[in-house]
Design a protein around this ligand. Structure first.
Ligand SMILES: [Zn+2]
Length: 457
């Protein structure tokens, strides 16, 4: 027997479910057409490119077939490059820009940075990270690799800004067991809360600070957990000579040998700095497939030394580029960093052919992607890859005449020449106007946060 009072209700429910299913199947597509751009793809040629949602869907060098999209950008006079990848940052440290310059690393850390960091809270970190996101987008960075504190607040900033990032809580135990437990707990909290959020733009890695601030137990625990959870590891290694001496005194081994002995090294590890290396360590890095982040400005400013980048590249080690925090750089401009990286290798090796422009450009793009395990998604302009793209305006006095776009990007351009930025198919900046960030508000909030931190000293 059919219950006639219930039937209409059932029909309504049924209709509701069907409608819900239809809505679920109907994925709205969003397209952007960039035409007349000089595209840095497999070759460097003028053409058009279409993005569909988060990906690059079409590249056409004949300039004929592509005409329609939701948004059309005429990129005449502009170079279309993959978004830059900054593989070593401390975004929230932008609040400490210019706080203390011209001193050795240990004085800088002990007397100036750590006392300020002792009073940090999530609000400060959000304000600093948002400021850094504005600066990175303005200067063409679409992906970063960050290590710091209150990383859920950093994730929040990156999510709102629309940028891509891998985040790690900086773990330091200095041999203290209680502190070690707390560091694993905080790392796990960040993983559970932030990993694979913001449409997959935000990922979380383990961030043991360094072999001199982390105990062997902490480092071994990180390797175990990273394997178990399938997450990457971000660590500072061999930044200064003193650090190498300290690790040798404590372990009897050089830093990379020590890390290898305890089983930390692998192709999921990104080591920042790697300035002081001997031949055996370079071979270990190569064998284990460890990726490195070269930070020339920070290394020069803190007089840490010169990483043997030309040699590391010759050995086929995965090399990428980072700015380090704005407190030791003092900006996050990767275009500037590319030039510094090239010049530093040339003057140190007394060889002008060392570190040619194309090599350093590769480090800032595909090298960075590979160092973060994202080589299948970003780092080059290819159909099917994520639409992380930047347009650099070449119609300026400092970039004329345009003969070799790679040479201009490395040696002549700086962040201020970046005109338009797209990340994950979303427009973050157009004609130098930030679209996801209220810059006036972000600057004033960062100023307040910085004042607040200094007032607590
Ligand atoms: Zn660092």
């Amino acid at each position: 027997m059919v219950d006639i009072y219930v039937l209409p209700l059932k029909y309504k429910e049924f209709k509701k479910i069907i409608n819900f299913m239809i809505r679920g199947l109907h994925v709205e597509t969003k397209t952007i057409l960039i035409k007349n751009a000089i595209i840095i793809g497999d070759e460097i040629k003028k053409g058009s490119l279409i993005t569909e949602n988060d990906k690059i869907s079409e590249i056409d060098y004949s300039n004929s077939s592509l005409n329609h999209a939701d948004e059309v950008i005429d990129a005449e006079g502009k170079v279309l490059s993959p978004g830059l990848v900054n593989t070593h940052t401390h975004l929230s440290m932008s609040l400490m820009r210019g706080l203390a310059d011209d001193m050795p690393l240990d004085t800088w850390l002990n007397d100036h940075i750590w006392p300020v960091e002792a009073n940090l809270d999530g609000e400060h970190c959000y304000a600093g990270a948002m400021l850094a996101c504005a600066e990175m987008i303005r200067s063409g960075t679409t992906c970063f690799n960050d290590m710091y504190f209150f990383m859920d607040h950093v994730a929040d900033a990156a999510d709102k800004a629309g940028i891509r990032g891998t985040l790690s809580h900086g773990m330091i135990d200095l041999g203290d067991e209680e502190k070690r437990k707390a560091e694993f707990k905080e790392t796990q909290r960040i993983i559970d809360k932030c990993h694979e959020t913001a449409d997959g733009r935000i990922k979380v890695a383990f961030g043991p600070h360094s072999p001199y601030t982390c105990s062997r137990e902490l480092l071994e625990g990180v390797r175990k957990e990273a394997d178990k959870q399938g997450l990457r590891i971000h660590i500072h290694v061999s930044e200064t000579q003193k650090e190498v001496e300290d690790v040798m005194e404590a372990s009897g081994k050089r830093p990379f040998e020590y890390l290898d002995e305890i089983g930390l090294l692998g192709s999921d590890v990104l080591a920042a700095h790697a300035v002081w290396l001997d031949e055996d360590e370079m071979d270990i890095i190569k064998e284990r497939g460890v990726a490195l982040s070269h930070n020339p400005a920070s290394n020069m400013k803190l007089a840490s030394g010169v990483s043997p980048v030309s040699k590391l590249l010759e050995k086929g080690i995965c090399m990428s580029l980072g700015t380090d925090g704005a407190a030791s750089n003092n900006n996050l401009d990767l275009l500037e960093e590319m030039k510094l990286a090239a010049l530093l290798q040339k003057v140190t090796t007394l060889d002008p052919t060392a570190m040619p422009a194309q090599k350093v450009f590769d480090m800032a793009t595909r090298g960075g992607a590979a160092a973060l395990g994202l080589e299948d998604e970003i780092g080059t302009i290819e159909v099917g890859k994520k639409a992380d793209l930047i347009l650099v305006d070449m119609k300026s006095s400092s970039l004329t005449p345009l003969r070799n776009p790679i040479s201009h990007l490395v040696y002549s351009a700086n962040g201020a020449d970046v005109d338009t930025v797209i990340c994950n198919g979303e427009m973050l900046m157009k004609n130098r106007e930030l679209l996801t960030i209220n810059e006036v508000e972000v600057i004033s909030r960062a100023e307040e946060a910085s004042e607040d931190l200094l007032s607590k000293l």
